[in-house]
Every structure is written in C-alpha cells, then in structure tokens.
Ligand binder design. Sequence first.
Ligand code: GLN
Ligand code: ZN
Length: 760
Amino acid sequence: MRTQNLGYPRIGGQRQLKKANEQYWAGKINLTELNQVAQKIKEENWRTQLDAGIDLIPCNDFSFYDQTLDTSLLLGVIPQRYAPVLSQVKSNQEMDLYFAMARGYQKDGLDITAMEMTKWLDTNYHYIVPEFTAHQEFRIYTETVFTEYMSAKQLLGQKAKPVLVGPISYLLLGKEKEEGFERIDLINKLIPVYVEIINRLGQLGAEWVQLDEPYLALDLSKKEKEAFTLAYRNIADQVNGVNLLVATYFEALLDNTALAVSLPIQALHIDLVRAPEQLDEVLALVPDQLQLSLGIIDGRNVWKNDYEHSLNLINTAIEKLGTDRVIVAPSCSLLHSPIDLDGETALDPEIKNWMAFAKQKLNEISELKQIVEGNNTLLEINKKALESRRSSQKVHKQVVKNRVAAITDATRISAFPIRQQIQRARFNLPFFPTTTIGSFPQTEDIRQLRAKFKKGELTTDQYEQSIEQATIDAIRWQESIGIDVLVHGEFERNDMVEYFGEQLEGFLFTNNGWVQSYGSRCVKPPVIFGDVSRPNDMTVRWTKFAAAQTDKPMKGMLTGPVTILQWSFVRDDQPREVTTNQIALAIHDEVLALEAAGIGIIQIDEAAIREGLPLRKAKHPHYLDWAVKAFRVTTSGVADKTQIHTHMCYSEFNDIIEHIAAMDADVITIETSRSQMELLHAFAHFEYPNEIGPGVYDIHSPRVPSTDEMTSLLVKASDLLPAQNLWVNPDCGLKTRKWPETKAALENMVAAAKQAREQI
Ligand code: GLN
Ligand code: ZN
C-alpha cells in the first residue's frame, strides 16, 4: 500500500508568502527576493512530506496567487485587455502580467480591471475565473510547471508528482466572455496542449501526473460527461509512459461513478470523508488495473482522524483490490487546513490532543500505513485520544442537547402583515427609510485600540472610553445627515464571527491557524469543538450604550447561525445542522436580551447562507430546510413590535427565493448595486411580501456614487417591488472603507432617498 498527498498549504508557516507578495506589490522587494521566499517555502513543504514518509508528493501545487490563474497562464489564456501590460512592463514581465490579471493594473496611465474571483467550489478559498472567447487558442505560455518539477525532482526523486487542474474542470471553472459558444466545446483545442505538457513532464522524468477534476463529483450534463470520456481517451492515447491520477473531491461520484472508473487512467482519487458510502459503489465497478486513492484524512477540518474507521475503509478496499492498488491520502489538497498544530502552545492540551493540522495529517497518513502493516500501539494511542473527545465534558453539555432536541416549529407570534402594521405605528419611519448594514470604517486608530487592549496595554476603562467616543461620533454624524435607523458602528468588533465566537462556549481560537482565502489574504477561522452555549450577554452593553445616545431607533447587530457555522471549523462528530441549531439558540437568547433592553430593531446577518449550499442539487432542499429553520429559531417568539432585519451579501437568489421568504425577516437588505437591481427580479417575480433594502451603492470600491445615480436605482427598484416596502441602504457593511468616501456616499444616499420620496 502506498501513500500520497494532493497538495500542501503554500502560504508558509509564518505567512511568509503573504508578506513577500505584499512587499513585492509595494515595490519593497524585487523579483529575485520574492522567488527566494517562494523557493524556500516549496523546499520546506517537500522536506516535511518526505520526512513524513509520503510516497507521492505534489509539486506545482505552489502558487503565488491561485492555481487556477497559474493554469490560465500555463495555457496562455490571457484576456486581450492585458496586452498593454506586456508592452509597458520591461522587466519581470511574466510575474507582473500574472499579478495584473489577479489584481488589476493601475500604473503608467493604464487602468485595467482584475479578472473575476469566486469561491472554489464549496470552500472559502477563492480562485481567479478563467475568461474564454469563442476563438480561444491554447498554447504552453509559461515554463513554471517544468521548472518546479525539476526542482522538486532534485529533492524528491521519483516521488515528485506534478499537479495540474484537469482540462474539463479548468473549462468548467471559467466563463464565456462572448456570446455564441459553449466553453466545454473548447476541449478539442485544449487536449493537445495537455498532451504536450504531460509528455514533457514525462520526458523530464515524471512517473505520475495528478489531474484535479473536482467536477467529476458534481452534477454534469450529458455533454460534459461525454467531454470527460473524450478528453481522457485522447490524452491516454497520446501520452507515453506517464501514469495519470484523476483526483475528485468534496462530493461523491454518484451518477458519475461508471464514467469515472471507465476513464483510461491509472489511478482515481475519491473523497471518503465527505462521502464514505461511495467506497462500496466504486469498488463494485472498479475495473482490473485501476488503482484507487482513498481520501480518508479530512483536508478541510482540524480534527484527528479516526483510525479505526479509516482502517475499515482501507481493509475493505484492500480485500477487493489488494495492497498494490490501494493508495491512502487526504480527502483533498491540504490547502484548506491550517499548517502546524505544534505551534499552538496556548491551546488546552486535552483539546489539542483531538486535533491535527496539515503537518499532523501527513503523519496520520504514514501512521495508518504502519497500522495496516501491523503496528497496534499507534492504533491504541489514537483510540484513546478519540475516546477522550467522545466523553469529554468540555464537549458535551446535556442542557444544550436537551434544548436542541426540544426545538419544534419556530415562528414569530403573528404573520408579517400584522407585524408590519404594528411596527409602522411604533417606528413611524418615512417612506424609503434609510439605514446602513452595521459597520463603519475600521480606521487604523480603531484597530490599534483593539490590538493594544488585547495585549494588555490599555485598561478596560481606557479602551471602553475610546470605543464609546468612536460610537458617539458615528451616531452624531448619522443624526446630522438624517439617517433614519442608526447603527452603532461595530467598532468593538474585529470580525463578525470572531466577536461572537469569543463570547460563546464551545469555541476556541488558534494563534496561527491561518488558511489562504485569496491571494495574500488569509483567514483564521474559529474552531467549534463543543456544544455551544451563551454564558453572558454579548452585544447588550454596546447596543444599549448606543441607543441611549439618540432618540432615533438604534439597530442591534448580530451574526446569524449559518454564517457563524460556515466561517468556522466545525465539529465532525455531529451533523452541521445540530451545531447550527445550538448557535441559533444562543443567538435567540441574545435577541431576547436585546429586546428586553428596549432595542426595537435587531439585524441578524446571514451573509453566508447562499454559500453553504451543497454542491449537488439533490442536497439543496435538505440544507435550505435546516438553514432557514435555524434562522427562524433565532427569531422565534420575538414580539410583533420588534423589527427583525437580516442581511445577505451578493448572491444569486433565483433558485432559493422561496427559502429566503421563509426566513420571514421583517426587512432584508441585500447587495444589488453592481447588478443594477437585476438581482431584484427574483424577488419581484416571487412577489416577495416583506420589506427589502436593495443596496444602492457598491461598498467594494472607494468610488462615491452620485445622488441621481442612486435615485434612479431606487426608481428601478420601485418598478419591481411595492415602494412602501423598500428601504435605502448601501450594499454591505462599510468597515473596509475610509471615512471621507463613506461620508460623501451616505450623504448622497440620504439625498437620493429624499428625491425618490418626491418622485414616487
Ligand atoms: N453587519 C456586518 C457589517 O456591516 C455585515 C457584514 C457582511 O454581511 N459581510 O460589517
Ligand atoms: Zn454583506
């Protein structure tokens, strides 16, 4: 039995790549220095994997920004608008073109937009979306895959295995930038380039090449399935002496199983963490010769592997295939895991003993191999750790479990029309009421303040006084420009999930558990390890303080359960919906506490509800069912006179509109300005009954929109939905903006609301 890895985090244990990239962009280091940092990270990663005894070690999994963008450059898929970059830039051409595609190019009189970025399947990692034209040509444009292989080979010898995004997934990850063709039809032109790349790698000495084809585990059209067969048949026919490994992950193969096992390849990788049940289905169909790579170590989470469970899977596979045809691996690339648990010296040792980061996961792979070969001690040690987690009182709180079990139907007291009447009488807001989404600019001063307080350099009094002052200033300013429903500004919050996680029981925070989100951006998600409960009020102090400063309504601001779940590492010992319900109950208690403190309007952000949608359509109804229900739990039994808002970031609502409506928030604010209110069509078509605030300006750029511009968006919105149900607000929170543009934009927004009141 052999072992392999599919990919390793490339940001470096101390986020060296982030720092080096940002220095390079700022002109503080040169390309040679940037390359040195990269080379060091690669070599360290390869050594770590070599030391762990992994048999097939990935290379070309490194990327300065994103592996899909690397693939675009490798294949020469470079949108025409970047041509001027090449003629302007004299040195570092390739690297500067690459970063221009990733980040846009505003220099030397050029102003070229970046390529679109979107989430990599159902992860929080973002990739750069390839852009295809009808007459798209492909050719080998960069040599990096070959140079990286040569460098890996020096260190790893025959263990070095180049990784490529597979041709079908590469096309499907992209977008047509012109009418009149389907990108999947480009496959015929793409195949010869893949053949050339793989053959060149073979000539350089590569025995194996890994082709990532996550789309093989997704819903595919007939045409896409045919393209898979065609592509791999052609590649296999023309490639000499290189073994092909196709890697699938994040879902089961399901209806694509027969297709996947019939591809003329040497090995197939399947995700047995997400879908352990697919092992039997695959084994039943697997042809002679095909090797199977079992993805049994969770590449997406931070928990120790259950060796006993894994052994069952491995032994089932070995019985059918023999040891020679079984490979043990993580479920997917370890890109999505934090790097090294050893660095976490502040963690509770009992809980730390239940966890594994990327480096520890490599070790688990090699331990599993040793156990298969008869090492029982390792199995016993693992059993003990798991047993300690299973029975720990740090994890299990009977009171919480009982409360979740007792959840029945969660609803508001009266139906929306009744609530709307009561709330209208209570708040007496003007037509087109104005509000914002919650946060105001997080200036360097504010960040410093929180950082100093955390380090103990400020007393609680000093810290709170400064936050109070920032809050008062924000309130006075909102009053002065005439905003109708105020917010306190979220100055006390570092992050909308972390702020709650830090106050809830069942969460822990790491010091260095960073994961790449996009480019040089990394996130450090909280870890939910136990039953979640809320020992104390979380937001009442600041909301009450803010409300007391003004006669206008002050909106309380909470993060919803699905969003907290979605942006954390979650428990793998119970279904996601159970964890979500536990969080929902905690948020529910906070809603009641705010209500009792006299707060009349409470917003519960569910920024991430859409992104939690499972990859396979058949699973959507179940997810939406429990996600919506969890939101309803947070507002269950809340008084009719309390107005519940929710907020969602940019997302397509067409296919989920009935579920959004079922959340039954009194007011929903959504991001719509970049789409010129097009996203509202789903709401209009559905005749969405509750109140809604379609964002009238894009908060992602410092640009200040004019009053007329926003008025016309409001007019557009009132053509689609009843004007008396419309609110006026920006697309999202303003924490990444600076004050000058925020002030100018919001003043114009209030003026636009006034204009619209007169026009409609
Ligand atoms: N209330 C949050 C804020 O204003 C919402 C942010 C979000 O939806 N991502 O920052
Ligand atoms: Zn948002």
